[in-house]
Design a protein around this ligand. Structure first.
Ligand SMILES: [Zn+2]
Length: 298
């Protein structure tokens, strides 16, 4: 089969098929480059298409997406679940894993199921345990414990560098695009660390505890009402982080794999939670950095 496509994106299925064929020859390092290239093309096209979070736009696009998927080859269980999720998204209700199990896709032929498949693939016969599981959140890749600890240690220092010399007026200024002020982003990472801290305590003191869903975004929206200055918020963040790190340094090696039950993400290990929070705050550090750029301070 010759690779030919009028638009580069149209080549993505062929690139993925080629990757599978190369993996069939045992050449995994060559195949990974094709997969990375295909992923890069898809993400670049999405980025160029705009990443607006306007709810009415998202609703209309979800309607279109579901219509396209119903006409296509994607299994109805996944599309039906997506249709239910659409209603939750539009009502601004959080989608929980009990209602929306992880999706599984046959790596070989693309057959999909909601929840782990029990039988071999109905299309190609692939073994059910070889299906790829789709977990929520794209930055949930686990770090190893020393790297996670290093991130958690370094981020407050990077924050100090970014904020040095900024006035309270600078930090409270709301960007014109409606995104958070620096002060709001700092409040958010402080609140997130409070959640992390309480979850470390819960998971280490109880067996597989329930981890209550924390709407940290909603707290942040109300942050402007708080009287404390940003310096004060940073100080609280640093104190909370010191406590989090003390708890983590006191862990036995096996404690990193203790689990909790999360309403949104299902069973999670302590390591996965720590990895998540360590990576999450870096996304807000970038937001703060952008805020500094807008103020011509970097
Ligand atoms: Zn299959």
């Amino acid at each position: 089969m010759a690779l030919s496509a009028p638009h580069p994106l149209d080549a993505v299925p062929q690139l993925c098929a080629l990757a599978t064929r190369i993996e069939g020859k045992g050449q995994y390092n060559a195949a990974k480059l094709l997969r990375a290239a295909a992923d890069a093309m898809i993400r670049r096209a999405a980025y160029q298409g705009g990443l607006s979070t306007d709810l009415s736009g998202i609703g209309a696009d979800l309607d279109d997406a579901i219509r396209i998927l119903r006409n296509g080859a994607v299994g109805s269980a996944v599309v039906d679940a997506l249709d239910r999720a659409r209603k939750e998204v539009l009502a601004e209700r959080q989608t929980m894993v009990s209602d929306f199990p992880d999706a599984y896709v046959c790596r070989r032929c693309g057959e999909s199921s909601l929840g782990p498949p029990r039988d071999p693939c109905g299309t190609c016969g692939a073994w059910p345990t070889t299906f790829q599981r789709f977990l929520p959140i794209y930055w949930l890749n686990e770090l190893d414990p020393p790297t996670a600890l290093q991130y958690l240690h370094d981020t407050p220092l990077q924050l100090d560098t970014l904020l040095s010399g900024l006035s309270e007026t600078d930090m409270a200024r709301a960007p014109e695009d409606g995104s958070w002020s620096i002060r709001q982003a700092v409040t958010h990472i402080r609140d997130a660390d409070a959640v992390l801290n309480s979850r470390i305590k819960l998971i280490t003191e109880q067996d597989n505890p329930s981890l209550a869903f924390a709407a940290v975004f909603a707290w942040t929206a109300g942050a402007a009402a708080h009287a404390a200055g940003t310096d004060e918020i940073v100080k609280e963040y640093r104190a909370s982080r010191t406590e989090s790190l003390e708890r983590l340094h006191a862990l036995r090696f096996e404690d990193w794999w203790r689990t909790g039950r999360h309403d949104e993400f299902g069973t999670v290990t302590l390591l996965a939670q720590v990895s998540y929070f360590a990576a999450h705050e870096l996304t807000h550090l970038r937001q703060i950095h952008n805020g500094c750029l807008a103020l011509n301070r970097v």
